[in-house]
Design a protein around this ligand. Sequence first.
Ligand code: ZN
Length: 284
Amino acid sequence: MKLIRFGAQGKEKPGVQLENGKKLDVSGYGQDYNEDFFGGDGLQQLKKWLEKHGDACPMVADSVRLGAPLCRPSKLICIGLNYAKHAQESGMEIPKEPVLFFKATSAIVGPNDDLIIPKGSQKTDWEVELAVVIGKKASYVTKEDAMDHIAGYILHNDYSERAYQLERSGQWVKGKSCDTFAPLGPFLATRDEIKDPHNLNLWLKVNGEMLQNSNTSDFVFDIPTSISYISEFMTLLPGDVISTGTPFGVGLGFNPPRYLKPGDVVELGIDGLGSSRQVARAFG
Ligand code: ZN
């Protein structure tokens, strides 16, 4: 199943995208895609409900805005330097343990919403990433059990302000959390839709030029290792999002570095998870 949310910002309703690309309004089911939904067998219940009521669901026009395909989660956790070549271009060593950082959940927006370059920012950068959505509470889970805690997968652009992240001291969170820095979607693909999350091509273009083009087979730490590791330090709740890191080809890695300016168009995608597009706009 592919979950979407649609409508005006802050007023999104739940929907599903069918195999033929058509989108259905499933707000009649009566629950949005939140912690209770993922933690309470919502995916199975919605599937059953659709078999009965799917034909009567209103269609969603292609012109309608898409929001992030899940409600604001309790946590948006990112793994840093999780592709060996990207660690190199950032001038950092391949980590011995997963590097973790948070991104404010207020940064989450729809997949095709504008990117707002923060006030005074000179170094706004892109990062195409595979994000994992937790479906079942996870605390001290083993690698062997970790995949059972996944609800599905989403395309994510982990926008980053490199000066805030690396030059302003302290944690990376400052460069990761600005409004619009976490476009999610177009849809959440349930776990059964992605046969092998460790062999997905992912790419990103700026103004039509391919700058990131890699495969999740290059992960330093695979998904079960990452989930198990994170769950040693905090409890993962249903609906939480883990972004698994970005491959080679971010703006920081070019010589000289390349950063986004108003009017730039960023497009990205992952096998089986669709594509998204953001236009960069100045703050204000
Ligand atoms: Zn990232």
